[in-house]
Design a protein around this ligand. Structure first.
Ligand SMILES: [Fe+2]
Length: 216
């Protein structure tokens, strides 16, 4: 049987993300055989999430949709509100979608560049109810950033917010131009964002996230 996930993971580790064809059912089976651990976005929820454009009124508190509705999202990492966010995010689109996913990584060729020092020093309050905590946006070689749930607490953190706003101009677009496409994102080093879905209200992306064993 041709393996789908393993080559996509190794490409994503090198370049930040990788695209292929397949279903989440196959991905989950292969992930289990590779010993990857599925991560639920919220405690007690299924690790598979259906992502649809939501208006501000329909959105969950501290989510990006609560701030941005169906409009363009800012760059973010997934699971930023978790103490241990997922290492890999897999997005699947069963049908094609006109709304691209934007991707950004700081690298030249295949060499990953660390962000400016203030990104490691500015402190954010990561809002997650009783589990809220403080964190910089880059620590231990990985990003944690989601302006939906992270509030800047000092001048350097406010500079970080601008850093990621500026980074958005250098993001590249993954287009969901064929049915059954998959996108594997290295959530440690790559930020992503949905383009505006105002004209694509039926867009449906399914997501499952994983931790890689022994890579923390
Ligand atoms: Fe996301």
């Amino acid at each position: 049987m041709v393996k789908v996930l393993e080559p996509l993971i190794s490409e994503a580790k090198k370049t930040g993300w990788a695209s292929g064809l397949g279903t989440l059912d196959v991905i989950r089976l292969e992930a289990a055989s590779l010993g990857l651990v599925e991560v639920a976005n919220r405690r007690g929820e299924s690790p598979v999430t259906s992502l649809r454009p939501r208006s501000r009124d329909e959105a969950r508190k501290n989510s990006l949709s609560a701030q941005f509705g169906k409009g363009e999202q800012p760059l973010h990492t997934d699971g930023a509100h978790l103490h241990e966010p997922p290492d890999l995010v897999v997005l699947a689109c069963e049908k094609a979608s006109e709304t691209p996913t934007r991707l950004w990584i700081r690298k030249e060729g295949n060499v990953f560049f660390y962000p400016p020092e203030y990104v490691s020093h500015g402190i954010f309050l990561v809002q997650n109810g009783r589990d809220s905590f403080y964190s910089p946006a880059f620590i231990d070689g990985r990003y944690r950033y989601d302006p939906g749930c992270m509030v800047p607490c000092d001048a350097r953190a406010r500079k970080v917010v601008q850093f990621f706003k500026d980074a958005a101009t250098a993001a590249v677009e993954h287009v969901w131009d064929a049915p059954g496409k998959l996108l594997v994102i290295d959530n440690r080093r790559t930020l992503h964002a949905r383009a505006s879905a105002v004209d694509d209200p039926e867009r449906l992306i399914e997501r499952v996230s994983f931790r890689l064993k022994g890579e923390r």
